[in-house]
Design a protein around this ligand. Structure first.
Ligand code: AHR
Length: 507
């Protein structure tokens, strides 16, 4: 009996293996017709908060550190981020922003106050990184600054004064103070956030109260910035309605926060060592952002049919349980192939909504949540999410085009997902850029297209769903060149299971 069972099990696994090798058939028909306005480079934006080692240690080591740095900012991390062509960085929070006094972070470093970072781990915030240092970072990166102002615990006068301090070319006391602190020329501050998650950590406000307050604070911002209002993060349509109705003329962009977690807010789920069910739940969660963008867009369209106001998804990404042994308030997590797929699927959604989505900021840049880089002491490693950002570079400035994707669904347990997701755009040089994500961890996909031409591309895949890079093995998961199947015409692309493929087709 035992032998019979064993024989049956072996036969079944062979059968599964044979099935696993069988590719799923997918059809992708690409048209020449634009599907929306261009993909703004800021859609690939970032977020760096005074949280855990996201700034201190991860990005900033101080000018006196043995770790090679430029005026305190780590050369290795900044160098890696420069290669990514970071378009914009949001700072100093998140929740931290609404407890931050900008005056703590200017003047002689030794005289700056030590505050408690009550939001994140109750650790000392030394204020060694303040306005001057952050603006140096964005200049080193060649990125735009997106300053998150404090509407939760400071006055409108203080917010207005911060903006004047940074941007005034006059002889005002604030501009002169900036000069005395070492910066003669005003900085360019392109984006200014008025509060963060005002419904929660930013002040626990009712939407109606927030709208009034937003209008009040905005009135005192006397510089030409893109005025960003703190928007939804809790699937709260009413909040969006109220802000668009009462504050529509006082804002240029509204934010959306969306986090992906396989579990719930009490037990998020682990960053590694997960099964196929958790893989699928996470990807389903990531795709779920599209429903929120649709819902928010519908409300915005009602109040702003001319589409003047942009939607900034200025916090998004995965949020797992903190790595065992780390401070839970530091939100430190490993980053695997699954995160690369989350990023790719999210980019595809953003590309489908370019009429409103003009900026997004992944949470966060270094060592926090779905980071690009993990750094510890002198060591640094690039994550799979970094590589996903890198793969998608050809989409910046490209115009999405209409395409039809016919892909079967893939199912595990009670989760059903499309086997393949795609995004297609026309790049500025006339080439067609194609991103294909194979969500199925078992089966490859054969994608038949109606495209012809020379193909150049890269892919990200691995044997394990939770493949990741470590300090000991920093190149365990790296992009590999992608070649199209046997010079077929029209093109047929063979996607490995659990993969992200980005190709450029020159016709
Ligand atoms: O990114 C971490 C935190 O998540 C941010 O500070 C806050 O805005 C959000 O709740």
């Amino acid at each position: 009996m035992k032998n019979l069972l064993q024989a049956t099990t072996i036969a079944l696994s062979l059968c599964t293996a044979a099935l696993a090798a069988e590719p799923v058939d997918v059809r992708l028909t690409v048209t020449q017709e634009a599907a929306g306005p261009r993909i703004e480079p800021e859609v690939y934006g970032h977020f760096a908060e005074h949280l855990g080692t996201g700034i201190y240690g991860g990005l900033w080591v101080g000018p006196e550190s043995k770790i090679p740095n430029t005026r305190g900012w780590r050369n290795d991390v900044v160098g890696a981020l420069r290669k990514l062509q970071v378009p914009v960085v949001r700072w100093p929070g998140g929740c931290f922003a609404d407890d931050y006094d900008w005056r703590d972070g200017i003047g002689a470093p030794a005289k700056r106050p030590a505050r408690l970072n009550k939001i994140w781990g109750n650790v000392i915030e030394p204020n060694r990184v303040g306005t001057h240092e952050f603006m140096d970072l964005v200049e080193q990166l060649g990125a735009e600054a997106y300053i998150a102002g404090n509407m939760g615990s400071m006055t409108p006068r203080s917010m207005g004064q911060w903006l004047e301090y940074m941007t005034s070319d006059s002889k005002s006391s604030l501009a002169e103070e900036r000069r005395r602190n070492g910066r003669d020329k005003p900085w360019k501050v392109k984006y200014f956030g008025i509060g963060n998650e005002s419904w929660g950590c930013g002040g626990s406000m009712r939407p109606e109260f927030q709208a009034d307050l937003h209008n009040q604070y905005e009135t005192f911002l006397h510089a030409p910035v893109v005025r960003v209002a703190s928007g939804d993060g809790q699937a709260n349509d009413h909040l969006v309605e109220v802000l668009m109705e009462r504050s529509g003329s006082h804002l240029d962009a509204l934010t959306l926060h969306y986090y992906t977690l396989p579990g719930d807010w009490t037990k998020h789920g682990s960053a590694t060592g997960f099964d196929a069910q958790e893989w699928a739940k996470t990807l389903k969660g990531a795709i779920g952002i599209e429903g929120r963008i649709d819902a928010v867009t519908r409300i915005m369209d009602k109040h702003d049919p001319a589409r003047r106001v942009a939607l900034y998804v200025d916090e998004w990404g995965t949020w797992y349980d903190a790595e065992p042994g780390t401070n839970p308030g530091f939100l430190q997590q490993q980053n695997s192939l699954r995160d690369a797929l989350v990023a790719a699927l999210s980019f595809n959604v953003f590309h489908r909504h370019t009429e409103r989505v003009k900026m997004t900021n992944i949470a966060q840049m270094v060592n926090v949540l779905q980071a690009m880089v993990l750094a510890d002491g002198p060591r640094m490693v690039l994550t799979p999410t970094y590589h996903a950002f890198d793969l998608y570079k050809p989409f910046r400035g490209a115009v999405p085009v209409k395409a039809t994707l016919r892909a079967p669904n893939w199912r595990t347990g009670d989760v059903e997902l499309p086997a393949v997701d795609a995004s297609v755009a026309r790049a500025t040089d006339g080439s067609t850029v194609l991103a294909l994500v194979n969500l199925d961890p078992q089966r490859p996909a054969r994608v038949q297209t109606n495209l012809t031409g020379a193909v150049r591309g890269r892919m990200l895949t691995a044997a394990a769903m939770d493949a990741h890079n470590t300090f000991a093995q920093p190149n365990a998961l790296m992009p590999a060149p992608f070649t199209a199947g046997a010079a077929a015409s029209p093109l047929t692309l063979e996607l490995p299971p659990k993969s992200v493929v980005v190709v450029t087709v020159m016709q």
